[in-house]
Design a protein around this ligand. Structure first.
Ligand code: 13P
Length: 250
């Protein structure tokens, strides 16, 4: 089956509103007519600004994280209701920086996944192993556990609004990309995990992005692989010059 390619830019903790607006405007113009699915995920403070610019375009608006509770006494957190109020359509959850720097565990991430889906958002659920886990031969196990626990309680119909992003932690922001073959092997394995959980049809349909030092120079080779259906791009998404060639590949 042919799955659509889905290219997302995670702007992480970069850009003021005026910088974000400039990039978003440029992407709207340059990605117009692009044949893949696109998303940008600016920081919270830029969501409203960027949302107004991408509205009506072929670029979806995503957030980079979200609280696990709907609302209440949670100082410093941002709720799903607040994201929806800004027109956010999707949320990245379980990013390795959330898992490892901010100590989010699978249970917390699963709570967020279910809350986002309950409120009609799309989810990009990130999974991926540390270098030490890869060296110990644990990459598949780690990705399986993160997938199974992250999706616990998610129905097969809600799964249609879930994209997975395989981001090996050792490849993020390091310039080291997994080889297309290594990445594809994990993608295939994770697709098998989805087949076990949800059946073959759901597994065939689910989009699995690759993330970790994706650049124009390696994007096409990665996405040529059978099980790699797109990219979650960090550093190279911060400039139109580096993101557009990835987004328009093929
Ligand atoms: P880099 O593309 O900068 O390696 O970041 C990948 C990433 O973490 C996207 O979410």
């Amino acid at each position: 089956m042919t799955r659509p390619y889905y290219i997302a830019g995670n702007w992480k903790m970069h850009k003021t509103r005026s910088e974000a607006a400039e990039l978003a405007k440029s992407l709207v113009v340059q990605l117009k007519g692009g044949k893949h699915t696109y998303l940008v995920a600016p920081g919270f403070t830029c969501l409203e600004t960027v949302g107004a610019i991408v509205k009506g375009s072929n670029i979806l608006l995503g957030a980079q994280n979200m609280a696990s509770e709907e609302q209440g006494a949670h100082t410093g957190e941002v709720s799903v209701l607040q994201l929806k109020d800004l027109g956010v359509q999707a949320v990245i959850l379980g990013h390795s920086e959330r898992r490892h720097t901010y100590k989010e565990d699978d249970e917390l991430i699963n709570k967020k996944v279910k809350l986002a889906l309950r409120h009609g958002l799309e989810v990009i659920l990130c999974i991926g192993e540390l270098l030490s886990e890869r060296e110990a031969g644990q990459a598949e196990n780690v990705c399986e556990t993160q997938t199974v626990k992250g999706l616990a309680g998610v129905s097969v119909s809600d799964l249609e609004r879930v994209t997975l992003a395989y981001e090996p932690v050792w490849a993020i922001g390091t310039g080291k990309t997994a080889t297309p073959e290594d990445a594809d092997a994990i993608h295939a394995y994770v697709r098998g995990v989805i087949a076990k959980l949800y059946g073959k049809d759901a597994a065939e349909k689910i989009i699995i992005q690759y993330g970790g030092s994706v650049k124009a120079e390696n994007a096409a080779q990665l996405m040529a692989k059978e099980n790699i259906d797109g990219a979650l791009v960090g550093g190279a998404s911060l400039k139109a010059d580096t993101f557009v060639p990835i987004a328009l590949f093929g």
